[in-house]
Write a protein that binds this ligand. Structure first.
Ligand SMILES: Nc1ncnc2c1ncn2[C@@H]1O[C@H](COP(=O)(O)OP(=O)(O)O)[C@@H](O)[C@H]1O
Ligand SMILES: Nc1ccn([C@@H]2O[C@H](COP(=O)(O)OP(=O)(O)O)[C@@H](O)[C@H]2O)c(=O)n1
Ligand SMILES: [Mg+2]
Length: 208
């Protein structure tokens, strides 16, 4: 066993000790995951970890996996979970927090099963932003963050991957009663009102 494996075992053990609370934030590309996570962080003091942001930072850092990650993102493909899970574990440990919004992960069955097997962490619930494709396409084409995957050709590929690989993950958690579905086609403020209801503890909810 190499030193990298040993180091990752330490990370896994330290994380397991903390028993972190995890919410998976899922939804198609452009459904508003990042936007709403920023609001949730402000109001509910979670740490936001976007799998896509972590992968993009890994490319920028000049890591040995950088070129592979960059090529997969350009093609709208899902990076092997070994890479993404290590980045998530490291970020969780470094944050010092014990409440996380994991945005854009798990995106396929391999992501889901590997995260469960490696970390033994079961999500509290899954926040699912449901949005029609036409609206997501409009938003992505005007996102203007200079992303190499926000062009119509890659967007189409990402929608296909979402339908074929990510929807089954949402269905898996639906069968476990863990999905909190939000109508994400509405304006940002209205979507957040619905999000707040999900994050507000039941005994604090005002029943008018
Ligand atoms: N409810 C909304 N209505 C209109 N535009 C939105 C809404 N939510 C997000 N956006 C915009 O759509 C684009 C994609 O949002 P983002 O939060 O990055 O989505 P995701 O992380 O799911 O891809 C951004 O430019 C964002 O400002
Ligand atoms: N779990 C993940 C998340 C993202 N990614 C890659 O990163 C890309 C961008 O993900 P993202 O979450 O930032 O994209 P949005 O849904 O926010 O538009 C995806 O299309 C994948 O290529 C991945 O491989 N595995
Ligand atoms: Mg995002």
């Amino acid at each position: 066993m190499g030193t990298v494996d040993v180091a990752n075992k330490d990370v896994t053990a330290s994380l397991a000790e903390k028993k972190p609370k995890v919410v998976f934030v899922l939804g198609g590309p452009g459904s508003g995951k990042g936007t709403q996570c920023a609001n949730i962080v402000e109001h509910f003091h979670y740490t936001h970890l976007s799998a896509g942001d972590l992968l993009r930072a890994e490319i920028k850092s000049g890591s040995e996996n950088g070129t592979m990650i960059q090529n997969m993102i350009k093609e709208g493909k899902i990076v092997p979970s070994e890479v993404t899970i290590k980045l998530l574990q490291k970020a969780m440990l470094e944050s010092g927090n014990d409440k996380f919004l994991i945005d854009g992960f798990p995106r396929n069955e391999e992501n889901r099963a590997a995260f469960e097997a490696v970390t033994k962490i079961e999500p509290e619930f899954v926040l699912f932003f449901n949005c029609p494709e036409e609206e997501m396409e409009r938003r992505l084409l005007s996102r203007n963050q200079g992303r190499e995957d926000d062009n119509i050709e890659t967007i189409r590929k990402r929608f296909k991957v979402f339908l074929e690989s990510s929807i089954p993950v949402i269905e898996y958690y639906k069968a476990k009663g863990k999905v909190r579905e939000i109508d994400a086609a509405k304006p940002v403020g209205e979507v957040f009102e619905a999000v707040k209801v999900v994050f507000t503890p039941k005994d604090e909810k005002v029943t008018a």
